[in-house]
Design a protein around this ligand. Structure first.
Ligand SMILES: Cc1cc2nc3c(=O)[nH]c(=O)nc-3n(C[C@H](O)[C@H](O)[C@H](O)COP(=O)(O)OP(=O)(O)OC[C@H]3O[C@@H](n4cnc5c(N)ncnc54)[C@H](O)[C@@H]3O)c2cc1C
Ligand code: FES
Length: 335
């Protein structure tokens, strides 16, 4: 059975290929139009060295000059020798252009736009071709605003199900995409998606996770939680979801559902505005308990508007906490 390999290039582009357990990852990539830099193809030169971030694979035969023991212990592999024995994520130290691969561009139809609250929208796109759209939960795509040549970046808030995928979108007054979604959008409108993109995605779960979301920064986490609910995990997972006003607090029913389906998943929500009637007040940082940090043996994922990401990163640094890994995504406005 072929395994799926996510090849992540240094310019943020990700390409998914299939690899049979009997072929090398470099051969599988070449067969599918991706040229990982190669020279000897024999495990002797080290040109094809990449970092295997996760997955099961055989290293194959090579000499120490091409890949040292230390590099192998850090997760480096020679893709001209590596054979996948399970789905893998591999970092290629070259740009997608060098490897002559391109981001996929797909077209899909607007299936539904729902106003979850005055400040927040949910967009669902549908097309048969989306069933073939492979992405890592947490990644984003560029969506073209219909009727314009401009695109906006949005994180997938779900996995693809029956050709449908969703996004959680802040309704920015006067915004181009916000204006389209609240004014003109109708089912059947066509939209181009380019991607998947980004390095903010769920890694293999090896220890407890602390997930920190600000506003529509919840989107990548609901996609990650769908994946975790499907695959299972024995590690504690805690999400803190902070918003500014009561109207920004959406998808609480989804989070409650995840808490029922994922045994070790807990979450807390909080609202920053002093006018809020929500019982939990304050910022995400007010709700991080020492127990959530597992004395640093924790992977932290943080996503939201840039000021929130800065504030939370600063809070963690200031307390001298060194998480085992720290990943963040800033929902910066387009320029
Ligand atoms: C990697 C990445 C992933 C993203 N994922 C998401 C996502 O999943 N959900 C989501 O809602 N957004 C996400 N964003 C932000 C998104 O791409 C748009 O910037 C946002 O939706 C505004 O688009 P717009 O066309 O409605 O407004 P624009 O026409 O871009 O902006 C109109 C005006 O509003 C300002 N503005 C834009 N955004 C904000 C804001 N948040 N608060 C206050 N003022 C603002 C702009 O500076 C501009 O002056 C992401 C951004 C990045 C970089
Ligand atoms: S191409 Fe020389 S080691 Fe792989």
């Amino acid at each position: 059975m072929p395994h799926q390999i996510a090849l992540r290039f240094e310019d943020g582009v990700t390409r998914f290929i299939d690899a049979n357990p009997t072929e090398t990852v470099a051969d599988a990539a070449y067969r599918q139009g991706v040229n990982i830099p190669l020279d000897c193809r024999d495990g002797a030169c080290g040109t094809c060295k990449c970092l295997a971030e996760s997955g099961k694979f055989e290293m194959g035969d090579y000499i120490e000059d091409a890949l040292s023991e230390e590099e192998a212990s850090l997760g480096y592999v020679l893709t001209c020798q590596m054979r996948a024995q399970g789905d893998c994520v591999v970092q290629v130290p070259a740009s997608s252009a060098v490897c002559r691969t391109q981001q996929a561009a797909l077209e899909a139809a607007v299936s539904e736009v729902r106003q979850l609250s005055p400040s927040t929208l949910s967009l669902t796109l549908k097309d048969e071709s989306l069933n073939k759209l492979a992405f890592l939960p947490g990644q984003y795509v560029n969506l073209q605003v219909p009727g314009s040549s401009h695109t906006r970046a949005y994180s997938f808030s779900s996995l693809v199900r029956d050709g449908e995928v969703s996004f959680l979108i802040r309704n920015v007054p006067g915004g181009l995409m916000s204006g389209y979604l609240t004014g003109q959008a109708k089912p059947g409108d066509r939209m181009t998606l380019t991607g998947p993109l980004g390095t903010f995605y769920l890694r293999e779960i090896k220890r407890p996770l602390l997930l920190l979301a600000g506003g529509t920064g919840l989107a990548p986490f609901t996609a990650m939680l769908e994946k975790i609910a499907a695959d299972g995990s024995s590690h504690p997972l805690h999400l803190i979801y902070g918003v500014t006003n009561d109207a920004d607090l959406v998808d609480m029913d989804k989070l409650e559902d995840f808490a029922k389906r994922i045994p070790n998943f807990t979450f807390a929500a909080c609202v920053a505005s002093p006018e809020s009637s929500y019982p939990n007040k304050g910022y995400v940082t007010n709700h991080i308990q020492p127990a959530h940090l597992h004395e640093g043996e924790v992977d932290v994922y943080l996503c939201g508007p840039p000021p929130m990401v800065e504030a939370v990163s600063h809070f963690i640094r200031e307390r001298g906490i060194q998480p085992a890994s720290f990943h963040y995504e800033k929902f910066a406005a387009s320029v």
